[in-house]
Write a protein that binds this ligand. Structure first.
Ligand code: UDX
Length: 433
C-alpha cells in the first residue's frame, strides 16, 4: 500500500519505518527540516533500540522516503496523522494545534477513497470533529482513529507486533483498509477491536490513566510503608501474585514521567471537566499529586542524608531520562530531582548513558558527566533515579572507594539493600524497610 505518515517524531518515525518494514511504500512528512534530513540519511533523531536498523533497511530499499512538503502525501492512499499533542502551555488540556494543522495541510491533497488514520492521542470527540471537516471538504476521503500503544524503548517491537489493534471507524470499508495495512500482525492472531471514534479515543487515554493509577497506587502504599516500617517491594510481590492484580507496573519509586502518562491524565481530566463529568476522573488529580510527591520524597531524603542541608554538597545523580533505554527527558522525574537539588544549592553532578544531550538543552545549569565514575567521585550522597542496567549492577565496594561518603538513595528500588549495607553504605529506598 502507499502510505503517508504526517509527523515524524517518536511515534511517526517509528510508525513510518515499521510500515516500510512491512512492505508498504511510505512517505514520512514533517515540517522540521533537520529531522527529515537525519531520517532520510538513516539516522533517527532520538535513541530507540532497533530503529536505526529498520530505518536504514527501509530507506536503502526505497520503500521509505521523507519530505517536508505535505504535497508529497498526494501519492498515498492511507495517511497516518502521528503529530504530537503536548500539554497546552496555559492549561491541563491537550494542545491540538499540530493535529489540526496536519489535517488542514492534507485536505487539498486528498482524493476519493483515501483514508486518513489518526494515531495521535487526542481528547475524546476530536475524531468526530475532524471527520466533519473532511466530509465538508468533499474530497471523498474518510477518517479512522487507530490509537498507538507503543512504549519507548520497545517502540519497534510494539509497532510490528502490537498486543492489540483498535480501529475507530465510521464504516466497514475503513476497517477493511486497516486490515490490509496490518495484514501481517493480524495473520499472527493479534486481537483487533472495531469500534466507534469515541471508544477508540477513550481506549488510549483509559489505558494510560489505568497504568498511571497503578503506579501511583503502589507509590501511595510506599508512603504508608514509610511510616509503619513496612516494605513496599515485598508488598508488591505479594499482591502481584494475585493474577487479577498482576505484578507489572507495581514498581514504587520516584514515579512516572515521559511524554505520555503525565500529560495524558491531565488532558483526560480537563476533557472530562469540559464534558461535565469531572467527578468521574477526579481521582486522576490524586494520581498526579501522589506521583509528584515522590519526587519531593527523594529530595527530602537527600536533605536528610546530608544532615538538613544540601547547600554546597556534591550529589551524584544517576540518570536523567524518564526511564531506561530512552534518551527522553520530557517530564522526567530524574531530571526534575536533579534540577530541584541544584535549586537548593547542591553541587549536582548528573550522568546518564543516553540522556545528557537532551537534558543539557533544557537545563544547561546542571553539570553533566559521561562516566558514572566521574559522577560518583567525591559525592557526599548518591541518588539513583533512572534504573539503567549500569546503575542496577553497580558494585557497592568499588563505588564506595570513589565517593566521599557511602550514602545512597535508591529512587527506583532496584538495588539490594543488604549488599549495599554490608559494604558500609547508608542505604535508603522508596517505601523500603
Ligand atoms: C506509556 C505507555 O506504557 C504506552 O502504552 C503508551 O503508548 C505511551 O505511554 P512510555 O511513556 O514509553 O509508555 O513509558 P512506560 O514504560 O509506560 O513508563 C512510564 C513511566 O512510568 C516511566 O517514568 C517509568 O519509570 C514509570 N514506571 C513504570 C514506574 O514508576 N513504575 C512502574 O512500575 C512502571
Amino acid at each position: 500500500m502507499r502510505v503517508s505518515v504526517i509527523g515524524c517524531g517518536y511515534l511517526g518515525a517509528v510508525h513510518a519505518s515499521a510500515m516500510a518494514e512491512l512492505g508498504h511504500e511510505v512517505i514520512g512528512i514533517d515540517v522540521d527540516e533537520r529531522k527529515i534530513e537525519a531520517l532520510a540519511a538513516g539516522q533517527p533523531p532520538f535513541f530507540e533500540p532497533g530503529l536505526p536498523e529498520i530505518l536504514t533497511s527501509a530507506t536503502a530499499s526505497g520503500n521509505l522516503e521523507f519530505s517536508t512538503d505535505i504535497a508529497a502525501a498526494a501519492s498515498a492512499t492511507v495517511h497516518f496523522i502521528a503529530v504530537g499533542t503536548p500539554q497546552a502551555k496555559d492549561s491541563a488540556s491537550a494542545d491540538l494545534t499540530y493535529v489540526d494543522a496536519a489535517l488542514h495541510g492534507l485536505l487539498p491533497h486528498l482524493k476519493a477513497g483515501d483514508l486518513i488514520v489518526g494515531k495521535s492521542t487526542v481528547p475524546v470527540g476530536t475524531a468526530e470533529r475532524l471527520a466533519a471537516i473532511v466530509a465538508e471538504h468533499g474530497s471523498g476521503a474518510t477518517l479512522a482513529w487507530n490509537p498507538e500503544f507503543l512504549r519507548e524503548g520497545f517502540a519497534v517491537k510494539d509497532t510490528l507486533e502490537p498486543d492489540r489493534l483498535v480501529y475507530g471507524v465510521a464504516d466497514q470499508t475503513a476497517a477493511d483498509v486497516l486490515d490490509e495495512v496490518y495484514a501481517q500482525a493480524l495473520s499472527t492472531g493479534t486481537p483487533r477491536i472495531i469500534t466507534d471514534y469515541a471508544t477508540a479515543e477513550l481506549v488510549k487515554v483509559a489505558a494510560n490513566a489505568f497504568l498511571a493509577t497503578k503506579i501511583s497506587f503502589i507509590n501511595a502504599m510506599a508512603e504508608i510503608s514509610e511510616v509503619v516500617g513496612a516494605d513496599v517491594k515485598e508488598l508488591a510481590d505479594a499482591i502481584g501474585h494475585d493474577v487479577r492484580i498482576g505484578r507489572k507496573f507495581l514498581n514504587a519509586g520516584v514515579g512516572f514521567g515521559g511524554g505520555c502518562l503525565p500529560k495524558d491524565i491531565r488532558a483526560f481530566t480537563a476533557r472530562a471537566e469540559e464534558l461535565g463529568r469531572g467527578e468521574s476522573v477526579a481521582f486522576l488529580k490524586q494520581v498526579d499529586a501522589i506521583n509528584l510527591r515522590r519526587r519531593q520524597r527523594v529530595i527530602d531524603l537527600a536533605v536528610d542524608a546530608l544532615d538538613g542541608s544540601v547547600n554546597g554538597k556534591k550529589i551524584a545523580v544517576l540518570g536523567v531520562t524518564f526511564k531506561p533505554e530512552s534518551d527522553d527527558v520530557r517530564d522526567s522525574p530524574a531530571l526534575d530531582v536533579a534540577v530541584q537539588l541544584k535549586g537548593l544549592g547542591a553541587n549536582v553532578v548528573a550522568t546518564d548513558p543516553q540522556g545528557i544531550e537532551n537534558a543539557r538543552r533544557r537545563h544547561p545549569q546542571l553539570e553533566y558527566v559521561e562516566s558514572t565514575d566521574d559522577a560518583l567521585r567525591d559525592a557526599q550522597v548518591t541518588v539513583l533515579v533512572t534504573e539503567w542496567a549500569e546503575y542496577r549492577n553497580l558494585d557497592p565496594a568499588r563505588s564506595g572507594d570513589l565517593v566521599a561518603s557511602r550514602s545512597i538513595i535508591d529512587g527506583r528500588n532496584v538495588l539490594n539493600p543488604a549488599e549495599w549495607r554490608a559494604a558500609g553504605w547508608a542505604f535508603v529506598g522508596m517505601g523500603r524497610r
